[in-house]
Design a protein around this ligand. Structure first.
Ligand code: FE2
Length: 368
């Protein structure tokens, strides 16, 4: 067993869900994982579908094809190559070792500026990082958060597979594992833990094991989403607030977390306006506004239509040792649940803003 392999044999949620696989029940098609699997192979048992897909993907080789455009930049003597994934968001930073180069304050400052500008930055070839080094990297940018940000609400739901997976010595690390028996992926557009009163500023996700195909994470620019709304809608919704409701796996002592946040959010560092309505967690506008139901539905539908527009998004292909650090105040993200029955093992930590006054979302129409 490698140093980063986690034993799930004692995990009751994993074991309970494994029974479904043992019963040879198909992956539900209500989940994209099941729908994609069904589209690839139909009319067979779960095991037959899994085996045929795994056999089809077995001959894939890992290698490089084609060219990549990048910019060269030298920071503190480290030669970096910056690969933009899309015109306005997402840059892969090549040529850096996050175990050693991150000790240079100049490099940390450079990465922070790049991250604020590009909303999400990525790294490859960091499989050698220990979990402690993953945490140390995150702490260069702020305060280490709990699994879901601050301690106001720490989920302990018996339905959450990841909850009982403890990383020894690092209770803040959230482990996300999907495999043939127990598939799962956060396949909806969201920012992390917006059902918290003070959601985490950033998330740093490290891939320990990637499927050979599929399982990408997509990011969507919330500034463009705001700009994409009609002028009339912007004027109507800019001072409204919305209700963010956690999922069943986010319950603590049986209670579902709920928070109310502004629809238009001012980014506390860039001063720009982001649409802060992610319909992974937003269920409705705050009732005190008294918006008629039909009008509320129309607003939510127009906002929803902004999620995942190709022009606002970039897509990141994972390899073991890839890392993405995103700004939860400026981008949405969604996993691509298309990789069953392959295995995917991700590990996440959250970062809180050092400046406590910037942690609670707000809207300031006078900001730049
Ligand atoms: Fe997430």
């Amino acid at each position: 067993m490698s140093e980063t392999t986690l034993d799930l044999s004692e995990n009751a949620v994993y074991q309970a869900r494994s029974e479904r696989a043992n019963d040879d029940k198909t992956v539900p098609r209500s989940s994209p994982l099941g729908a994609v699997a069904a589209s690839r192979r139909t009319g067979a048992s779960r095991q037959e579908v899994a085996q045929s897909i795994l056999a089809e993907d077995e001959s894939l080789e890992c290698g490089s094809l084609g060219n990549t455009y990048f910019k060269r930049v030298s920071v503190a003597g480290v030669e970096l190559k910056l690969e933009p994934l899309q015109p306005s968001i997402g840059t892969v930073v090549h040529g850096i070792d996050l175990a050693t180069d991150i000790d240079h304050p100049e490099i940390v400052a450079f990465l922070r500026e790049l991250w604020l500008d590009r909303r999400v930055i990525m790294f490859r070839d960091q499989a050698h990082l220990t979990r402690e080094q993953h945490v140390a990297f995150a702490k260069q940018f702020g305060e280490l958060g709990t699994r879901y940000g601050e301690t106001d609400h720490e989920p302990n739901s018996p339905h959450d597979l990841s909850h009982p997976i403890d990383v020894p010595g690092i209770p803040e690390m959230l482990v996300l594992i999907s495999d043939e028996k127990v598939p799962g992926a956060a396949a909806n557009w969201h920012c992390d833990a917006t059902w918290q009163k003070r959601p985490p500023m950033a998330s740093v996700l490290l891939c320990r094991e990637a499927p050979p195909i599929g399982g990408d994470t997509c990011f969507c620019d919330c500034y463009s989403m705001w700009e994409g709304l009609s002028k009339e809608t912007k004027e109507r919704v800019e001072h409204l607030t919305a209700v963010h409701v956690g999922a069943i796996i986010h319950q603590m002592d049986g209670k579902t977390p709920v928070s109310i946040h502004p629809v238009a959010r001012t980014h506390p560092e860039t001063g720009r306006t982001a649409l802060y309505v992610q319909q992974g967690f937003v269920k409705r506008l705050a009732p005190e506004h008294g918006i008629p139901e039909a009008e509320e539905r129309a607003f939510l539908a127009e906002m929803k239509s902004q999620e995942g527009r190709l022009e606002y998004t970039c897509r990141f292909r994972w390899e073991a040792g890839s890392i993405a650090m995103w700004d939860n105040r400026a981008v949405l993200h969604s996993a691509s649940a298309d990789f069953w029955p392959h295995r995917r093992h991700m590990e996440r930590v959250t970062i809180l803003d050092h400046d406590h006054s910037r942690r609670t979302p707000y809207y300031d129409p006078t900001a730049v």
